[in-house]
Write a protein that binds this ligand. Structure first.
Ligand SMILES: Nc1ncnc2c1ncn2[C@@H]1O[C@H](COP(=O)(O)OP(=O)(O)OP(=O)(O)O)[C@@H](O)[C@H]1O
Length: 665
């Protein structure tokens, strides 16, 4: 299914605006064609020194003469027919029928003109100059009105486009918050950003084009088409025989444009990715003198994007000449055929009837004006193809994210989380990020409620990965993580996470004030509670003494205006305020200076008492907080015991934690 249609459906949630778009488009189209048709009375009446009433009278007179002449011919042929036999008689019958048909047409025209005459005499001026003045005023007012409705139309269309991108971006952000963590790899982040920015803009422009130009311009063409057909539908049919050629060309262009747009968006994601990576790691880039390497990488992405954009420009540039050449081919055909008919006052071309009565100069001019009136919208429509195909390519990319089903989500019938619970168990848990290798291998571990369990092991052995399972950042590939026998996958995510507090090494903060960051641990907490938590985390002093706005200081994106240690203390205060049943500390004090850590250590001793805690640390002093220690190596759990037991029997533990130098590292 074309995903762009789904975006369009969002616009139909505002049926009033959609209807108003249509209504204004119709008005613009009608005014467009009627303004052009004004050329007819100017050529046929004013140029011949007539006013419209006198011209109508002449028309009636002329047609009556035609009818009378045709009648004389008919009578003559009827007499001949009476004397003729065989083929001659049937040929005469055919000619008589043709004469009768032309008589009827002329009579119909007389009737039409007679019907209009009283109104024309009553309302329209009776001198040629005044008629010209009336026509000019009509065109002026008509153009003003058309432009007024066009402005209204453009505003309505912009409203629809913006509403769609507003709604889509809302849905998109909601979905991004649900996505699995695996989607947020560096490549994924650039992709996610491009889809929310450039792709959304394309979708919005596509919606605007579809409700604007794509309706307005064809309607303008239709209005001109109907009027041109009214003048001579057969001549019109002849001129549009070329159209199928354009359809083939436009279809090819459309496919190429869509493909080119999709690739350009992919390249743009690469540019975003490179940019975010550089902005995030600017210190490292400078410190290691990687500027030129990063510049080369960025330039490469830009180069790719440049070529893709040029390709789009090439296809875009083809669209306009294609429609323009088609228009010119149509006008040339009409000019030759129509010119021949008017100049010779004929109704037939190569034996084919192209009009019922010979066309006047004014009618032919108006017919050409209608063709020109179709040409301009057709040229404008060429811009629609580019915007439409960019929008369809982008809509596919946006909906690919919106339709992605996260693996981590609520069960259809969630179970209740036991309160209070007795134990958290890892049973034969194996896990891998990608298809290549296992990061955790058959880990089995039980943590009793109220117990503090520390994880130690060499870098990359899987400690953080193991601690990301109870909070369901990831689900195990094999085995289960459960609380009192209830698999975590059977619990509602919100219920589970509301009872867990996390402090990680990176201590991510939001670009809010210090107070708001701490309060996010427990929404609704009072300022006094926030300050109390900050005091426990030994953050209150630096907040009051070092930060000019105290608790109201904005920390910057990710907390970049604070030092690593300060960020960790705020994160700790946030976790303390949350007062969680399960606390996860992933090297939560690694960046805090030794003196402060000793103070925080005292706080944690009290805070962790009776609270289930999983902690990762490389500091032996922090290990004294733990009731038991689990030792991991290469994704496996190799031993569990008290620090004394492990110091006695586990080599790896001794190597990792019993060396005095590590304390100050
Ligand atoms: N998001 C990820 N995608 C792919 N692989 C990952 C991801 N995160 C970690 N890994 C890999 O999983 C392994 C275990 O990583 P993990 O962070 O759990 O180790 P750790 O024991 O906590 O290490 P450290 O002590 O250095 O913090 C590593 O080899 C790492 O390369």
């Amino acid at each position: 299914m074309n995903q762009f249609r789904r975006a369009l459906r969002l616009a139909f949630r505002r049926p009033g605006t959609v209807a108003a778009c249509w209504a204004t488009s119709i008005i613009v189209a009608v005014l467009w064609a009627t303004n052009l048709v004004a050329v007819w009375p100017v050529v046929d009446a004013v140029m011949h020194g007539e006013s419209i009433p006198s011209w109508l009278a002449l028309e009636v007179e002329h047609e009556e003469t035609v009818v009378a002449e045709l009648e004389i011919q008919r009578q003559k042929l009827l007499a001949e027919q009476a004397a003729a036999e065989g083929d001659d008689a049937s040929s005469l019958a055919y000619t008589i029928a043709d004469l009768e048909h032309r008589q009827q047409n002329s009579q119909a025209k007389i009737d039409r003109v007679r019907w209009v005459q009283p109104y024309a005499t009553r309302w329209l001026p009776d001198t040629p100059f005044e008629t010209l003045l009336y026509v000019c005023v009509f065109v002026l007012v008509g153009t003003l009105a058309k432009n007024l409705f066009r402005i209204i139309n453009l505003l309505l269309v912009a409203r629809l486009g913006e509403l769609v991108s507003f709604e889509l971006r809302k849905q998109y952000f909601k979905q991004v918050l649900r996505l699995d963590l695996a989607e947020f790899s560096d490549r994924g982040r650039g992709e996610l950003m491009t889809r929310c920015t450039s792709d959304m803009s394309h979708v919005s422009s596509g919606v605007q084009v579809l409700f604007g130009q794509a309706i307005r311009e064809p309607l303008k063409m239709l209005a001109c088409f109907v009027l041109a057909a009214w003048f001579s539908w057969r001549l019109l049919a002849l001129t549009i025989t070329i159209a199928p050629l354009a359809v083939i060309g436009i279809r090819w262009l459309g496919k190429s444009l869509k493909r080119a747009n999709r690739r350009a968006m992919e390249e743009l994601s690469g540019v975003y990715e490179s940019l975010t990576e550089t902005l995030g790691g600017i210190r490292i880039i400078r410190a290691f003198g990687r500027e030129s390497a990063e510049r080369a990488r960025f330039n490469h992405s830009l180069q790719q994007l440049y070529w893709r954009r040029l390709k789009i420009a090439f296809y875009d540039s083809l669209a306009s000449p294609l429609t323009e050449n088609l228009g010119v081919a149509m006008v040339v055909t009409a000019a030759l055929a129509g010119g021949y008919l008017v100049l010779n006052q004929q109704t037939h071309l190569f034996g084919i009837a192209l009009s019922d009565t010979p066309l006047t100069h004014g009618q032919m001019t108006a017919f050409f004006a209608m063709l020109a009136g179709m040409g301009d919208p057709a040229r404008r429509l060429s811009g629609v193809f580019g915007a439409y195909h960019a929008a369809t390519a982008s809509a596919e990319r946006v909906y690919a994210v919106l339709d992605r089903q996260p693996e981590i989500q609520d069960p259809s019938t969630p179970k209740a989380l036991p309160t209070p619970w007795k134990s958290l168990r890892f049973d034969n848990v194996s896990f891998q990020y990608g298809p290549d290798r296992l990061v955790l291998e058959e880990v089995s571990l039980e943590v009793r409620a109220g117990e503090t369990l520390a994880l130690v092991g060499p870098n990359g052995c899987g400690k953080s990965t193991l601690l990301s399972l109870p909070i369901r950042f990831y689900d195990p590939c094999e085995g289960t993580v459960s609380i009192d026998g209830v698999d975590l996958r059977d619990l509602r995510l919100r219920d589970l996470r509301s009872r867990i507090g996390v402090v990680s090494q990176q201590a991510q903060l939001m670009n809010l004030s210090i107070a708001e960051n701490i309060a996010s641990g427990r929404p609704g907490a009072s300022f006094e509670e926030v300050v109390a938590a900050a005091k426990k985390a030994h953050a209150d002093r630096f907040i009051n003494e070092r930060l000019t706005d105290g608790y109201e200081t904005i920390v910057g994106p990710g907390g970049c205006r604070l030092s690593g240690g300060q960020r960790q203390r705020i994160a700790l205060a946030r976790a303390i305020l949350r007062n969680p049943e399960l606390l996860i500390l992933d090297e939560a004090t690694s960046q805090i200076d030794i003196e402060s850590e000793q103070l925080i250590h005292q706080t944690l001793t009290t805070f962790l008492r009776g609270r289930t805690t999983l902690l990762i640390t490389h500091r032996p002093s922090t290990l004294t907080l733990a009731d038991r220690v689990a030792v991991m190596d290469a994704g496996r759990l190799i031993d569990v015991g008290t620090t004394d037991e492990l110091a006695e029997r586990c080599d790896l533990f001794r190597r990792l934690c019993c060396q005095p130098m590590r304390e100050s590292a």
